[in-house]
Design a protein around this ligand. Structure first.
Ligand SMILES: C[S@@+](CC[C@H](N)C(=O)[O-])C[C@H]1O[C@@H](n2cnc3c(N)ncnc32)[C@H](O)[C@@H]1O
Length: 387
């Protein structure tokens, strides 16, 4: 975005028009008519940018608490970190000497906005429009500290001293997903080598599917979920953090490795517990089983069980009313006996999909239930929990 366009959208009649369109909830189908009508009062570029900004601001409410003054470009918003996740990360930087955080590949400033709550920030991006948007967004939605933008390449810019360096390399290029840390833009290991000598701590956001063999030597990994769904993994370097960690937001509850030995394997008891996705991806299911005094139902299945419900932010507990070997006819009969007419279907380790199973259950009752399709050494099982 050019400086002139940012200036035009920031204040005055264009800003008022964006607020009006956001308020009335502009639909993708109304775009042409809206732009045509705006062109009577604004230059064509500004009319188009007003509509685009209104659309993106509506979309941005899913990522940012209050995007009402923020500006975006479409792909910059798609790549931006959700504020709850960025806030959690920013709070972990021990801002020392000099009190400065470098944000490499700052994009539209999703992370930088939160970093400015802790220290001055230098944001680097090779796209000048992004640096301007990050600067604007830090001004309207950031903390009390300053944001300084540099348009440049994180791999050729001369590194400088900072208390922490964060990088969020691009994982898409030309609509294509880039797989593996070596294909990110910029690639992760050379980025670490270049900036590590200049800082006490580094954090690098990577895909949550990172493979164990990709974890750089000396790095710890934190897998982060928000509202139960896995969002990202972060490589931490120089912070002394545990090698593997899972954090669930918004609670901030965290668990760290190593995994304990000797977790019991038992049949499904009165309660099944589903560990948070971050726990599963971090490979810390046994750690959580020990913490909540539960057993596993199978060494390879991420369901835990115990005779009592558990109130713990890293698991969701479900009461179990029946457990049976999976057989379609028997399940149909049992659900009819229980007067079940609607089901939520969850599965772990079962090849059957909810879409396949649901119509074949021919449900007619009035109660709701949750079905857990799984397997143990005894074969395929289904547990039923009445809602
Ligand atoms: C995933 S986005 C960053 C999103 C940002 N953390 C946020 O929350 O808004 C990655 C950014 O890195 C930039 N980028 C890619 N390669 C770069 C390089 N070699 N040097 C500097 N920036 C780069 C892209 O232009 C893009 O804006």
């Amino acid at each position: 975005m050019t400086p002139e366009l940012i200036e035009a959208l920031r204040t005055g009649p264009a800003a008022a028009e964006i607020a009006r369109l956001v308020g009335q909830g502009i639909a993708e189908t109304d775009l042409l008519a809206t732009i045509t009508s705006l062109r009577r009062r604004f230059d064509p570029d500004i009319a188009a940018a007003i509509v685009e900004t209104a659309l993106l601001r509506i979309r941005a409410t899913a990522k940012f608490g209050d995007p009402s003054q923020m500006l975006f470009d479409r792909s910059g918003l798609e790549q931006a970190t959700t504020s709850a996740v960025a806030r959690h990360r920013a709070a972990q930087f021990d801002v020392g000497d000099p009190p400065l955080i470098v944000d490499l590949g700052c994009g539209i400033g999703g992370d930088a906005v939160e970093f400015t709550g802790h220290a001055d920030v230098v944001g680097v991006d090779r796209e000048d429009g992004r640096v301007r948007l990050a600067a604007h967004n830090c001004r309207v939605a950031g903390g009390p500290n300053a944001f300084h933008g540099i348009v440049g390449d994180s791999m050729t810019l001369a590194p400088f001293r900072a208390s922490a360096v964060f990088a969020d390399p691009a994982r898409r290029s030309g609509g294509r997903r880039l797989r593996g840390l070596a294909s990110y833009l910029p690639p992760v290991e050379p980025l670490i080598e270049r900036w590590r000598p200049y800082t006490q701590a580094m954090a690098i956001k990577v895909a949550p599917g990172i493979e164990d063999h990709e974890i750089p030597a000396g790095a710890s990994v934190e897998w982060v979920s928000l509202d139960g769904s896995l969002r990202e993994a972060v490589l931490w370097i120089g912070t002394g953090a545990a090698r593997r960690r899972a954090t669930a937001l918004p609670s901030g509850a965290s668990v760290a490795g190593p995994e304990p030995d000797g977790i019991k394997i038992t049949p499904i008891d009165r309660y099944l517990h589903e560990p948070d996705d971050a726990v599963i991806r971090a490979g810390l299911v046994r750690r959580v089983a020990a913490d909540i005094d539960a057993s596993m139902i199978d060494p390879a299945i991420a369901y835990l069980t115990s005779p009592r419900p558990v109130d713990h932010p890293l698991v969701t507990s479900h009461r179990v009313d029946d457990v049976m070997r999976f057989n379609l006819k028997d399940l149909r009969r049992r659900l009819a006996d229980l007067d079940v007419g609607a089901v939520t279907i969850k599965k772990r380790g079962s090849p059957i999909t909810p879409e396949e199973l649901r119509p074949r259950l021919r449900l007619r009752g009035s109660r709701r239930a949750t079905l857990f399709l799984t397997r143990t050494a005894d074969g395929p099982l289904v547990a039923i929990g009445l809602d």
